[in-house]
Write a protein that binds this ligand. Structure first.
Ligand SMILES: Cc1ncc(COP(=O)(O)O)c(C=O)c1O
Length: 371
């Protein structure tokens, strides 16, 4: 039987032909395709200004810089995410302040944020794990009360919404990723939704070496910027993906629903929140029963031709973070999820029969391990 990976991008022939056209055009780095992609993204986000980057990580780092985060500042975030979320805080010389997750949503526990606020706190950086947003009304009420900026790590949440409003169409700074595994992809890429037009100039400077051009040959540099621009080749892939967003999200929802219908609840796996309003179902993740060693589970599933992902180990337990003072026991919910979380296959080209195959294999493997 064919190997079923935990994810796979769906790229249509029109997009492939479009990329070939860009490659033949004589202009393959940032140019007209990037402009067009940014305009489409802006339209999707209710007309707000959007700028693209060569990764979601770059979008986060520039978002923090636009929020004025620097050495000595504290940023409240979750310990259960891709390590990029907190690495960018360290990169700027600021300090991540972790607040444990809510074990049901696996997102930062909003109830723990206020007690983590200090005089040094400048921003909250929530992550929408697997595409499930936090309660945005509650989040922004808290941010307003404590005069904090918000940078939403919506890397996984393109296509998600909160209270019928698209993620990206409201709020402060919102960062998305278009990495190959995301619901829409550029291969690699990302973007940020800005609060207003006044942020665009600095954002563009930070994206490309701090450069401002004027007239025919004028050039100045007044701030340190990086090399974070998206290529036209990548933007053309993104444009082709955007056209399918609605259908991709619907298919993911349908498959996720089928997981709930099919996965045997008696196995003791903790299921995600069954949200079919807000989540884009970027991933379908279960937390394995405590007695099931994840490494063994992954190996046995692979033997049955099924790929399992690990998203993610708790960040504060990585060597780098331990060396900065964090230790085991500080965020028990994130630690428990980080140890036992397993991403089951979910991508638009799958069929319900694939879900059934995965569920059968999970039952078999968990049963065998627990024997
Ligand atoms: C939650 C989260 N934050 C940040 C990132 C970083 O995005 P990228 O890989 O595009 O740099 C990712 C994706 O990889 C992610 O899943």
């Amino acid at each position: 039987m064919e190997f079923l990976p935990f994810t796979r991008p769906t790229i249509d022939e029109e997009t492939i032909a479009g990329v070939a056209e860009v490659l033949r055009s004589g202009w393959i780095t940032s140019g007209p395709q990037v402009k067009k992609f940014e305009a489409e993204l802006s339209r999707y986000c209710g007309g707000r200004p959007v700028r693209t980057f060569n990764s979601g990580t770059a979008a986060l780092e520039i978002g923090l810089r636009l929020a004025g985060i620097g050495p000595g500042d504290e940023v409240i975030t979750t310990p259960l995410s891709w390590v990029a979320t907190s690495n960018v805080i360290l990169e700027l010389g600021a300090k991540p302040v972790f607040v444990d997750i809510d074990p049901a949503t696996r997102n930062i526990d909003l109830g723990g944020i206020e007690s983590a606020v200090t005089k040094k706190t400048k921003a909250i950086l929530p992550v929408y794990l697997a595409g499930l947003p936090v309660d945005l009304d509650r989040l922004y009420a808290m941010a307003e009360k404590h005069h904090l900026r918000v940078l939403e790590d919506a890397a996984q949440a393109f296509g998600s919404s909160w209270n019928r409003k698209r993620i990206g169409s409201r709020g402060d700074l919102i960062a998305f990723s278009f990495h190959a595994n995301k619901n829409i992809t550029c291969g690699e890429g990302g973007c940020i939704v800005l609060p207003g037009e006044s942020d665009v100039v600095l954002c563009e400077k930070l994206r490309l070496q701090g450069v401002t051009r004027s007239g025919e040959d004028g050039m100045d540099v007044d701030v340190v910027g990086g090399k974070f621009n998206l290529t036209d080749v990548a933007a053309r892939i993104g444009l082709g993906q955007l056209e399918h967003l609605k259908e991709f999200t619907e298919k993911r929802r349908e498959l996720a629903r089928h997981y709930f219908e099919t996965l045997n609840p008696g196995l003791g796996c903790k299921l995600p929140v069954p949200d079919f309003e807000n989540s884009n179902w970027h991933m379908f993740q279960v937390v394995l029963p405590g007695r099931v060693r994840r490494a063994k589970f992954i190996a046995k599933m692979r033997d049955l031709g099924i790929g399992i992902g690990v998203h993610y180990p708790a960040i504060h337990l990585f060597s780098l973070y331990r060396s900065l003072g964090w230790k085991t026991g500080q965020f028990p919910h994130a630690e428990r999820a980080g140890k036992g979380i397993a991403t089951l296959p979910l991508f638009p080209a799958m069929e319900k029969a694939d879900v059934e195959r995965v569920c059968e294999a999970v039952a078999h493997v968990v049963g065998e391990i627990l024997q």
